[in-house]
Design a protein around this ligand. Structure first.
Ligand code: GTP
Ligand code: MG
Length: 420
């Protein structure tokens, strides 16, 4: 593009942006006010996916809370406390409420907090979250994409289960949440909140929040920009971390069967707001802010991951010129290809040289072997000859000896006769 055309385009853009857009009045109903309904219908027919990651020590009530949240019984098997490392267990379910289909994926940590050395406990979790971002990125970068039918497994929210110690956060909690806060929407919850007294719970919440702030851990804040939910969300933000109780047992309250935990001294009703914050959590997570959690995951966390990955791939600038980067990468690839070809040729040449060297050596060895064989045959022949000669000499010697002995015996008999 020449400098002239560039400046001409620039001034045209400038003109367009400075132009005032005229407001027009319609003389009657046209129908584009149905656009929001069209959007809703399209989304409903496509269905939704929602992925929840539960992080918490073994036996802290993760599975029970999810059963309670979705009022069902998901598959779960209790974990043991002797695993050598942290793992993640994922299950996907198709749920339907009214005519809305939800593909829900629940991921739970297994063996979290059970190791003596807890330094790397967060690693498996970080890797899992990144792997889901990477899958989505790879799908997006395909020439033939199918984003709408693609099963999006990116984590939309992370429920972080805090043990009801009434004390403060553990080191593992702070380290893990710090590692995750730029990757996922963290909602901290105090698990098994029925184990803490009311006045202690209040202090515990304050302590947790102050520790999170002083360690710079960013947790998810319910959005207050939409005025229809601004008030409720602002109020709920002040209740974080929610103190939750889960249960798979039911008791009759009035005419209804309610989830509750029964103790010798009384009953904790899960859905009773004076007993715990379970209802607040369900309201915020599922009924009010599910879409915001999905959106934040895409626009904030995934965007950050994508930007870093593209930078790694060479797309450094904000104004990236894909053709230039592609051309640059292609040239680098060409150079690498030429180097590879050269190396391959050298390798083939070297192999050929080595082969002919080996053949020569083999020939020499054969010649040496033939020579030795011949020498050996000659030596054998001359030895045979020598042996034959020696045998002849021995025979001659024996014959002579025999003759002499015969002569000696005949002459001694003659002398004997004479004496007589
Ligand atoms: P793993 O998957 O094995 O790590 O355990 P988990 O975190 O999924 O815990 P799970 O839901 O299996 O609950 C473990 C035990 O805690 C069970 O006996 C539950 O009944 C009990 N439990 C669950 N929620 C609560 C709660 O809110 N309060 C109390 N007191 N106990 C609970
Ligand atoms: Mg479980």
């Amino acid at each position: 593009m020449t400098a002239d055309t560039k400046s001409a385009l620039g001034s045209a853009e400038h003109k367009a942006s400075s132009e005032k857009v005229r407001e027009m009045k319609l003389n009657g109903h046209v129908g584009f006010d149905s656009l929001p309904d069209q959007l809703v219908n399209k989304s409903v027919s496509q269905g939704f996916s929602f992925n929840i990651l539960c992080i918490g020590e073994t036996g802290l009530g993760k599975s029970t809370l999810l059963d309670t949240l979705f009022n069902t019984t998901f598959d779960s098997t209790p974990a043991t406390h002797d695993l050598p490392g942290v793992k993640l267990k994922s299950n996907t379910y198709e749920l339907k409420e009214s005519n809305v289909n939800l593909k829900l994926t629940i991921i739970e940590t297994v063996g979290y907090g059970d190791q003596i050395n807890k330094e790397d406990s967060f690693k498996a979790i970080v890797d899992y979250i990144d792997a889901q971002f990477e899958n989505f990125l790879q799908e997006e970068m395909k020439i033939k994409r199918s984003i709408h039918s693609f099963h999006d497994t990116r984590i939309h929210t992370c429920l972080y289960f805090i043990a009801p110690t009434g004390h403060s956060l553990k080191a593992i909690d702070l380290v893990c949440m710090k590692k995750l806060d730029s990757k996922v929407n963290i909602i901290p919850v105090i698990a098994k909140a029925d184990c803490i007294a009311k006045n202690e719970l209040h202090k515990f919440k304050i302590k947790i929040m102050s520790e999170l702030v002083s360690n710079g851990v960013q947790i998810y804040q319910f959005p207050t920009d939409d005025e229809t939910v601004a008030d409720i969300n602002a109020t709920m933000n002040s209740h974080i971390p929610f103190a939750v109780v889960g249960s798979n047992d039911f008791v009759k309250v009035g005419s209804k069967q309610m989830r509750a935990r029964e103790y010798p001294w009384g009953t904790v009703q899960v859905e009773n707001e004076t007993h715990c914050d379970f209802v607040k959590l369900r309201e915020m997570l599922i009924r009010t802010n599910m879409e915001d959690l999905r959106e934040q995951t895409h626009t904030r966390h995934y965007e950050l991951y994508r930007r870093c990955r593209l930078a790694e791939m060479g797309f450094e600038d904000s104004e990236i010129n894909i053709t230039e980067v592609w051309e640059q990468n292609r040239q680098e690839l060409d150079v690498l290809q030429a180097q590879e070809d050269d190396m391959r040729q050298k390798f083939v040449q070297r192999v050929k040289e080595k082969e002919s060297e080996l053949k020569d050596a083999e020939k020499q060895l054969h010649a040496k072997f033939d020579n030795l064989k011949k020498q050996h045959a000659d030596e054998k022949k001359s030895l045979e000859e020598k042996r034959r000669q020696l045998e002849e000499e021995l025979n001659a010697f024996n014959r002579r000896k025999q003759m002499l002995e015969q002569n000696n015996s005949s002459s001694s008999s003659i002398t004997g006769k004479k004496k007589k």
